[in-house]
Design a protein around this ligand. Structure first.
Ligand code: KG4
Ligand code: ZN
Length: 333
């Protein structure tokens, strides 16, 4: 059985994990930098890079300790090489390269989005290729037709902001801090989405593309207007509820279209940090039934190294572990 050490440092979580090819996650250490970015209500790249440098050694040591596996027992090291913030990516890549030289282990380069979209197969051993994924994270929002390891077709994507960017920025306007997703989800629970309706993105657009910058602007204008009439506490729940409603309506519309387009009959995989949102999960599942929505535990939706280790395992098993990526922060699938 293969054992791979994964390393992830593309945004604001430093993570290391040991995963076995039988899908056992022996360790998945994640050191979040949220408290360091909170005062700025968003990720500051320079702070992120320095924090990765401070935390990487600890994460890798803990991941090995917790897994009960030594570096000698590891078959390969896989590391995120993009897309993401260049400073953090360099820290992870250099660490992975150093470790692979010292321990004489193969180094596998992994695309961060590949990690997110293959996680469903780490969690579900019955999930066969091909499958359709809706990836919604802080950096990306796209429909990916996953034909096999390394064989991904993006059939629709956001033309501007990702869902996570839209949620995080509206959360910032509402004073909910960073990251905004969990706070918006909580506030929305006691809100009324009908009270202050927001537009539903791409309603009249017939392709598979998404867009969330218009919704972000509409929310900004609404918040500005309401702020003149009452304190934020009086409308924050309703605006969060309305924001989630518009996002879900747009995702449902486009997911149904995507399902039709590729004549999908079985599963739709939901991946990325925004996939943690239980309201989005349940509304999407209701709308696409009888097609099953496949979700993963929250810790595997947001950034983590287990998904990077697993992607390494998939690549080794498919004989695709000799690929070379150049380090490019803009890299996408
Ligand atoms: O996948 P991820 O950890 O990082 C990227 O690759 O971008 O996703 C982070 C995003 C953030 O925008 C965060 O607000 C969002 O995922 N998020 C959520 C929830 N938990 C995290 N969005 C909505 N509801 C949540 N419960
Ligand atoms: Zn991510």
């Amino acid at each position: 059985m293969l054992k791979v050490l994964g390393i992830e440092s593309s945004c604001d979580d430093t993570s290391a994990s040991v995963v076995v090819s039988n899908r056992e996650i022996l360790s998945n250490i994640i050191v979040s930098q949220h408290s360091q970015h909170k005062p700025y209500q968003g990720v500051v790249p320079e702070i992120a890079a320095r924090a990765h440098l401070d935390n990487m050694d600890y994460c890798v040591k803990r991941a090995l300790e917790e897994s009960g596996v030594t570096l000698l027992d590891i078959d390969a090291i896989s590391v995120t090489v993009g897309p993401g913030l260049i400073g953090g990516l360099i820290v992870g890549m250099m660490y992975g390269q150093g470790l692979s030289h010292v321990a004489n282990k193969k180094l596998i380069y992994i695309n961060h989005l590949e990690g997110h979209i293959l996680t469903a197969r780490l969690v579900n051993q019955d999930l066969e290729y091909p499958y359709l994924t809706l990836l919604i994270s802080g950096g990306h929002s796209e429909f990916v037709y996953v034909k096999g390891p390394g064989d991904y077709e993006v059939i629709g994507r956001t033309l501007d902001d990702s869902v996570g960017e839209c949620i995080d920025k509206v959360a910032k306007m509402l004073g909910l801090g960073y990251p905004g997703g969990p706070a918006v989800e909580k506030m929305a629970l006691s809100g009324d989405y009908k009270k202050y309706p927001l537009p539903i993105p791409m309603l009249k657009n017939d392709n598979l593309n998404l867009s969330f910058s218009g919704l972000k602007t509409a929310a900004r204008l609404l918040i500005q207007e309401l702020s003149k009439q009452m304190p934020i506490e009086d409308f924050v729940n309703d605006v969060c509820s309305s924001l989630q409603y518009s996002i879900v309506k747009s995702l449902v519309l486009k997911s149904k279209k995507a399902i039709q387009e590729i004549a999908l009959q079985t599963n739709l995989v939901l991946a990325g940090g925004v996939a943690c949102n239980l309201y989005i999960q349940s509304e999407l599942q209701k709308a696409i039934s009888p097609i099953r929505l496949i979700t993963s535990p929250k810790v595997l939706c947001t950034d983590n190294a287990a998904m990077i280790a697993w992607a390494g395992i998939e690549r080794i098993q498919a004989g695709l572990d000799n690929h070379k990526y150049s380090l490019n922060a803009q890299m996408s699938l």
